[in-house]
Design a protein. Structure first.
Length: 403
């Protein structure tokens, strides 16, 4: 056997031994990892991913780490429109201490995309997949459970009573942080109807056990109907702001909306949220079969399914708005699907007076009686009155003359 063949055989044997040792070392390392460490993975398809970001931003490590990722968070203070800066560890490996324990953090990012919507739509495909992988030495889950409790506490403070507004875009929810909260005081309705609805909502949100004991589906539905520009959608936004609940706003006539897309969107709604179906009069019974056959619009049966059928969400509040109540199918607004109906009509003199007083404050010197005499017989929506106020923003007298 010549030296070349001997060398090749020796090299082969060395490679086999090296691969064997490597495999054994890897097996031992995996065994030790399974036996002596506890790990936790959080993906950005879950709300908890943001919670971890808030928690990491509050840790001392965020102030000394030199590899950072910047994101923004809109504050929960009243009239706070400036976003806060959140600094978290950048993708890669990080090591720091937590309650005297070494904590390994690995942030993974896959720019290939993938979102939270089960419909696998275009927008979600553009969204990068991310995850946090947290690891501590030990066999007990105690330190990880303490960590989760701290993360929840930090997130609760950051998100305290702060609602989020969402709109649907190509089959997935888009966070509209640019939409400002609406204080309930900005909504002026006859007979303080907004306060009666708030009382009803407080009762509903506190009555989960009451519904369960009586075997009643835990859902609440409201129909806001009336003239355009009267504040139907605005009231829904103000109620969400007042109660600190997320509001999901759906336009059933938007592009790409059909029964399947609607079902997937409702599936992604978070618990204890509000859902707003705007202009539901586009759902016509006569077009129901056509909608089913074409698959390019929402059918009546598809809408009923997500309101109180198998796909309906428990614990959620549903608002529906329409300018044409008479066009609605009776099945859509029957008792059990629509619990409270509220009509929005033309602005009353008292509504105009209250809005006038709020707009001009101390400069508003005209009496309610004068406004009543000026508006007698005239039909103004609240949007009309607001437009007149803006046009005459420097002149209370000019506004009164415009009436």
């Amino acid at each position: 056997m010549n030296s070349t063949v001997q060398g090749a055989l020796l090299l082969t044997v060395v490679e086999i031994i090296a691969d064997s040792v490597k495999a054994k070392v890897s097996t031992i390392a995996n065994w030790c990892s399974e036996q002596f460490v506890v790990s936790l993975e959080i993906r950005n398809t879950d709300e908890a991913f943001e919670w971890v970001e808030y928690w990491l931003n509050a840790q001392p490590y965020a102030k000394t780490n030199r590899r950072l990722l910047l994101s923004t968070f809109k504050g929960n203070k009243e009239n706070d429109f400036e976003p806060q800066i959140i600094l978290t560890p950048a993708p890669g490996q990080h090591v720091f201490t937590y309650k005297g324990n070494l904590l390994w953090l690995k942030r993974n990012t896959n720019k290939g995309g993938g979102g939270s919507s089960p419909s696998n739509d275009f927008v979600s495909l553009l969204k990068p997949k991310e995850s946090f992988h947290l690891t501590v030495i030990g066999r007990s889950q105690e330190i990880i459970r303490e960590l989760i409790a701290d993360i929840q506490k930090t997130a609760k403070e950051m998100l305290k009573q702060k609602p989020k507004f969402y709109t649907s875009v190509y089959g997935c929810w888009y966070d509209r942080s640019d939409i400002a909260e609406r204080p309930i005081e900005s909504v002026i309705l006859p007979d303080k109807a907004e306060r009666k609805i708030i009382q009803d909502l407080h009762w509903f949100l506190d009555s989960a056990e009451w519904y369960k004991e009586r075997c009643i589906p835990y859902r609440r539905g409201y129909l806001f109907h009336g003239i355009p520009g009267s504040g139907k959608s605005t009231l829904a936004m103000a109620l969400a702001s007042e109660l600190g609940l997320n509001l999901y706003m759906l336009n059933l006539s938007s592009r790409g909306m059909n029964d399947e897309t609607l079902m997937n969107l409702i599936h992604d709604v978070k618990d204890k949220s509000m859902i707003l179906f705007e202009d539901i009069d586009i759902i016509q019974p006569a077009r129901d079969e056509q909608a089913k056959d074409s698959g390019d619009r929402v059918s009546l049966s598809g809408l009923l399914n997500v309101i109180d059928g198998p796909s309906a969400r428990e614990g959620c509040v549903v608002f529906m708005t329409t300018n044409y109540k008479d066009k609605l199918d009776k099945a859509l607004i029957r008792a059990g699907r629509t619990d409270i109906k509220l009509e929005f009509s033309y602005a009353t003199s008292k509504q105009i007076f209250k809005l006038y007083k709020r707009f001009f404050q101390r400069k508003a010197t005209t009496s309610l009686e004068t406004i009543e005499s000026l508006c007698n017989g005239d039909n103004y929506s609240m949007a009309d009155i607001q437009e007149k106020l803006i046009e005459n923003r420097t002149s209370p007298k000019g506004f009164i003359q415009s009436l």
